[in-house]
Design a protein around this ligand. Structure first.
Ligand code: SAM
Length: 399
């Protein structure tokens, strides 16, 4: 949310929505008077009034332009309540954690990819990011098909898509279970890329171990529109953040897990946590397998805001193993992970990669996987993403 998380200052991440505005326009308006610095470390140090030069003088207003994700800005926490700005209210800016911007950017849908599916969409951060990317590349004719199983959360999705000006290129399927979609139906016949961001343990979310006494005054009253606020709270009951052991996990005695979609589970022991993770991982794998069966898909991202290998690298490796057992496609090469060297520049340059042990010692797979870690000085939430790709066999067409 922008604030102090387990002792580390967290910046406020702001994505400028290319469908409604530009970075230059926002620098001239919303961020007028802000000091522009070179890196996020400086932004995080500017967390007055508790520390730094500005102590006792009110919050310093500092921003930096993110070097990895285009149109992303980090602002010093407490510098401003962005949810009150015209830019936020009109969808010109979207409060979205840097790591949450990785999937749409890594998916990097190609002109030949046709339509793009967002399989688990609400509240719509990644859907609207995808829409902005397609728009910036002048590819508004490519449609986004957005699925969301939970009807209540789907309402938020519809609202966010509209506010962000993405409704022209997004077809929302409220209440639709992605697992029940028919990949071979006429509607899916043009789908070439899928973004899969399923429910997970949410263990990477900033604020799990919030310590209220460290909160800046502005952040003590969550508006539900904050970075993770916009990710977690919009359109559903305003989730009270439960205190969890710090750092979460590993849990010891009773721990309350709050999934990123709001489901609360009391986990009484490490064994129970294992069982919970196991259940999540099989659900995540089922969704991923479904995504990989789309007949014309050549790119699929899989992401979670979990820190557990069980929900991340393990699911990815299991999906690859499963894909090998399927009847090979005549038109496409087998699915593989998009290697780091072939990833879009910002993602290739991002230094935090998959866990080598969780990848069973496969260095290439670990490098292909992208992680973000809370509390490592880079100012992000805990996150994981990997991209599956396959190539059209020469002589075949993808229609
Ligand atoms: N991608 C979203 C964003 O960036 O704003 C966050 C998605 S959240 C992690 C996962 C979402 O998937 C929840 O809203 C949940 O209701 C939805 N979901 C879970 N299972 C689903 C399914 N089988 N089909 C469609 N949506 C599903």
């Amino acid at each position: 949310d922008g604030g102090v998380d387990g002792g580390e200052v967290h910046p406020r991440w702001i994505r400028v929505n290319g469908l409604k505005s530009s970075v230059n326009e926002q620098l001239d308006t919303t961020f007028r008077g802000f000091e522009v610095v070179k890196d996020v470390g400086e932004v995080m140090k500017a967390v007055s009034p508790f520390t730094g030069k500005g102590k006792g003088q009110g919050p310093r207003r500092v921003i930096c332009l993110d070097p990895h994700i285009p149109n992303l800005i980090a602002a010093s926490p407490g510098s401003m309540d962005f949810t009150k700005t015209a830019a936020y209210q009109t969808g010109a800016i979207i409060l979205q954690d840097k790591a949450s911007c990785f999937p749409a950017y890594l998916l990097d849908p190609r002109p030949g990819d046709g339509d793009v599916v967002d399989a688990c969409s609400a509240p719509g951060n990644k859907t609207t990011h995808l829409a902005a990317i397609l728009h910036e590349r002048r590819r508004d004719q490519q449609k986004i098909l957005a699925f969301e199983k939970d009807k209540r959360r789907a309402q938020t999705l519809v609202k966010m898509v509209r506010t962000a000006g993405s409704d022209g290129i997004t077809v929302v399927h409220p209440g639709a279970d992605f697992l029940k979609t028919d990949p071979f139906s006429a509607e899916m016949s043009r789908v070439g890329a899928l973004l899969l961001d399923p429910s997970c343990s949410g263990s990477g979310i900033v604020g799990r171990d919030d310590t209220p006494e460290f909160h800046l005054p502005e952040m003590a009253t969550s508006t539900g529109g904050g970075k993770n606020g916009s990710e977690r709270n919009s359109g559903k009951k305003n989730l009270k953040r439960k205190r969890a052991p710090s750092p979460p996990p590993p849990p010891t005695a009773a721990t309350v897990l709050v999934d990123d979609d709001g489901t609360e589970t009391v986990v009484a022991s490490e064994k129970a946590l294992e069982a919970r993770l196991e259940a999540l991982a099989s659900f995540q794998l089922a969704l991923l397998q479904h995504a990989l069966t789309f007949p014309h898909a050549t790119r699929v991202t899989y992401s979670t805001c979990s820190i557990h290998a069980r929900e991340n690298e393990h699911v990815v490796l299991a999906a690859l193993r499963w894909a090998k057992t399927q009847t090979p496609s005549l038109n496409y090469s087998p699915w593989r992970l998009l290697p780091r060297s072939a990833q879009i520049r910002g993602m290739r340059d991002w230094p935090v990669r998959g866990d080598i042990d969780a990848c069973e010692g496969d260095e290439e797979a670990a490098q292909a996987c992208i992680r973000a870690q809370r509390g490592d000085g880079r100012g992000t939430m805990g996150f994981f993403v990997a991209c599956f790709v396959r190539d059209l066999v020469p002589g075949h067409t993808n229609t």
